[in-house]
Design a protein around this ligand. Structure first.
Ligand SMILES: [Mg+2]
Length: 282
């Protein structure tokens, strides 16, 4: 039996996709590609994107093919085998219980009363996910608070995930079943695939990655993450007693810059010393 193995769960945008303002190291993506091709590594993309947009990014950015993909911010999990994607139905069944039988359409009608919410494009919605744009000019904390109370009053167990699209300068709000987070989806997959906790590493860069940053899953925050996210990730890791499970890439101890996939690899090297000799060959 192969003793050394890794379930690498990584966010896509601005984590392995270099679509932020900071520069990508010119060798970073090829090195990441080669690393993910190792037989010891199973790759899971964990993203807000839906299936088509994941496939588009893989092609466009020449990213390695994943073994599994958690899409739509944790609401869907697929097994990926070449071009074939099969949804794991058990996951959909589990998370649907959180909404107390209230449908997507009913929630949309309920939230019509909040004039600060602007519904996102049709392809960004799914059975277990409502996504909205919110202007950055308003007090989003008080808006989220009001929405939470409104959904709770209907017996719904929902989570509200707030993040910012820095390129478009707009707030993004996802309303999901409570257990449909990146963190719960990763834990579900870990259990299904029978990985031990020390064999799992997560990498991310922004708001919807924070629940994993403050958990017992080893998590890498890439160097290009904003200062706010870095501070919040540290705070959550300390508060939950998981300080040692968070690594913020710097690029300082290597000839790479710590941004995007270079930062992901730096974090894996930190958490998985048994992979060190493999890194030398990349
Ligand atoms: Mg991201």
């Amino acid at each position: 039996m192969n003793k050394r193995r890794l379930l690498l769960c990584t966010d896509m945008d601005r984590t392995v996709i270099p679509n932020g303002e900071q520069p990508e190291h010119k060798k970073a993506r090829q090195r990441f590609y080669d690393f993910c091709s190792l037989p010891e590594v199973s790759l899971v993309y964990v993203t807000g994107r839906h299936q088509n947009l994941v496939e588009e990014a893989i092609k466009h950015y020449r990213l390695p093919m994943p073994d599994y993909t958690i899409t739509d911010v944790g609401t869907k999990i697929y097994k990926v085998d070449g071009d074939e994607w099969s949804e794991i139905e058990e996951w959909a069944r589990r998370i649907s219980q959180d909404w107390n039988g209230v449908s997507h359409q009913e929630i949309e009608i309920i939230l019509n009363g909040f004039s600060d919410l602007q519904i996102q494009e049709h392809e960004k919605q799914n059975v277990h996910k409502l996504s909205y744009y919110v202007s950055l000019d308003i007090n989003h904390k008080s808006l989220l608070d009001q929405i939470s109370k409104c959904l709770e009053s209907r017996g719904m167990n929902a989570s509200l995930v707030w993040s910012i699209d820095e390129l478009e300068n707009i707030g993004l709000l996802d309303i999901l079943p409570r257990h449909a987070t990146k963190l719960h989806a990763i834990k579900f997959l870990k259990k299904q695939l029978k990985y031990a906790l020390h064999e799992v590493v997560f990498a991310g860069d922004s708001g919807n990655d924070l629940p994993v940053m403050g958990s017992d899953v080893a998590a890498v925050l890439v160097a290009n993450a904003s200062k706010d996210v870095q501070l919040e990730a540290k705070k959550r890791a300390i508060e939950s007693g998981n300080e040692k499970k968070l690594y913020i890439s710097t690029g300082k101890n290597s000839d790479r810059n710590g941004n995007y996939s270079s930062g992901v690899l730096e974090g894996i090297e930190y958490f998985m010393p048994s992979f060190q000799e493999l890194f030398k060959r990349l």
